[in-house]
Write a protein that binds this ligand. Structure first.
Ligand SMILES: NC(=O)c1ccc[n+]([C@@H]2O[C@H](COP(=O)([O-])OP(=O)(O)OC[C@H]3O[C@@H](n4cnc5c(N)ncnc54)[C@H](O)[C@@H]3O)[C@@H](O)[C@H]2O)c1
Ligand SMILES: CC(C)[C@H](C(=O)O)[C@@H](O)C(=O)O
Ligand SMILES: [Mg+2]
Length: 370
């Protein structure tokens, strides 16, 4: 039986609550003989800061580097609002992305039929929705230098963030988007702001060139990022794959989340380049949402984004596509049977807690395996 080494970073807020549910799912797959999962857990974010004053330790960085996949919960929360910028909880996540070279962030937004009424949009707008946002994750304004607050001679302060992209960075994320589009609806929409930003001009040129020279079978459309946000709410089904930079991808994926019913529904995969010798990619799987401080500790968080992220790990890192399909089907069936956490429940509908949703998915896996 294949054996995999998973590094778990539950993090803060609802992170540990949703990670527990993934643990029971991977135990179930292990008990069924699908694979052996060696798991080790570390600290990231505020919980790491409280333990040792850094958002992630060097030791945990090494374990993340060595893992077949990292499973990440969420970080952050008001408790750490005033910690120094370099060790704030989010710095742990950004370091993992940068040091592991996780440049490609896949954020699928699927509206399960059973949830078409959970979205704040009309059923016909979201029913059957299946789009994929491909977000560049290691460049742009998140990492560009200089990044600082300086005091000017007149005593005023000036804050600088730098949006920076090179041809190579745009080429490789464009190829990920085009390759994935080939396996789906064969359409890519590239979102940027070439009307305002030089990085948008280069982004547009490079994506156009890659599309023309290497992917003439995939339809390419360019859309200004602000218009893209509006189109996602107006008629999202016009899109198949959307490719965009780090910041636009962050924002557009939160918009897309609401098309599925809740931010608690959106999983993600962050992938590095394949290793030249082994073909293996470094990878991290995390829900799109954050630590949800407003509901942390109440046992009501929706674990589906986290569980769906584990399904993506099975598919993209562990070569267990059948297990991934089975887990996705279990999630869909549980939703179809009417089980709802609070965030996706209709007014007046009974809602279950995090644990009950996790248990319902395990029970459905059991039924599917029979
Ligand atoms: N990947 C991450 O770790 C990540 C992502 C986004 C935000 N954050 C951090 O999380 C903290 C809180 O940020 P925020 O409040 O702006 O965003 P958030 O995503 O944590 O929460 C936004 C809203 O969505 C709800 N929500 C989120 N996930 C849910 C789930 N699984 N089930 C039910 N409801 C859910 C929350 O209750 C809240 O009302 C901040 O410190 C932020 O930096 C971390
Ligand atoms: C927590 C934060 C650093 C992160 C981001 O901005 O990338 C989050 O919002 C996300 O969407 O993964
Ligand atoms: Mg975000």
């Amino acid at each position: 039986m294949a054996s995999f080494n998973l590094f778990l970073l539950p993090g803060d807020g609802i992170g540990p609550e949703i990670m527990v549910e993934v643990k029971s799912i991977l135990s179930w797959f292990q008990a069924r003989g699908v694979a052996t999962f060696e798991t080790e857990a570390g600290l990231v974010g505020g919980s790491a800061y409280d333990a040792h004053g850094k958002a992630i330790s060097e030791e945990d960085m090494k374990l993340a580097q060595a893992a077949d996949a990292v499973l990440f919960g969420a970080v952050g929360g008001p408790k750490w609002d005033s910690v120094p910028y370099d060790v704030r909880p989010e710095a742990g996540l950004l370091r993992l992305r940068k040091d592991l070279g996780l440049f490609a962030n896949l954020r699928p937004a699927i509206c399960y039929p059973a949830l078409a009424d959970a979205s704040s949009l009309k059923r016909e707008v979201v029913e059957g929705l299946d789009i994929l946002i491909v977000r560049e994750l290691t460049g742009g304004v998140y990492f560009g230098e200089p990044k600082e607050i300086v005091t000017l001679e007149n005593g005023e302060k000036r804050a600088v963030d730098t949006q920076l992209y090179t041809t190579h960075e745009i080429e490789r994320i464009a190829r990920v988007a085009f390759d994935l589009a080939r396996t789906r609806g064969k359409k890519v929409a590239s979102a940027e702001k070439r009307n305002v930003m030089k990085s948008g001009v280069l982004w547009n040129q490079v994506v156009t060139k890659i599309g023309k020279e290497e992917y003439s079978d995939v339809a390419l459309e360019h859309v200004l990022a602000d218009n893209c946000a509006m189109q996602l709410v107006r008629w999202p089904k016009q899109y198949d794959v959307i490719v965009c930079d780090n910041l636009f991808g962050d924002i557009l994926s939160d918009v897309a989340a609401m098309l599925t019913g809740s931010l608690g529904m959106l999983p993600s995969a962050s992938l590095g380049a394949p290793d030249a010798a082994t073909g293996k990619r470094k990878s991290l799987y995390e829900p799109v949402h954050g630590s949800a401080p407003d509901i942390a500790g109440k046992g009501i968080a929706n674990p589906i984004a986290m569980i769906g992220s584990f399904a993506m790990a099975l598919r993209y890192s562990l070569g267990l596509g059948e297990a991934a399909d089975m887990l996705d089907k279990a999630i869909a069936n549980v939703l179809a049977s009417g089980v709802r956490t609070k965030d996706i429940a209709a007014a007046g509908q009974n809602a279950v807690g995090t644990k009950d949703m996790g248990a319902a998915i395990v029970k459905e896996l059991e039924a599917l395996a029979r």
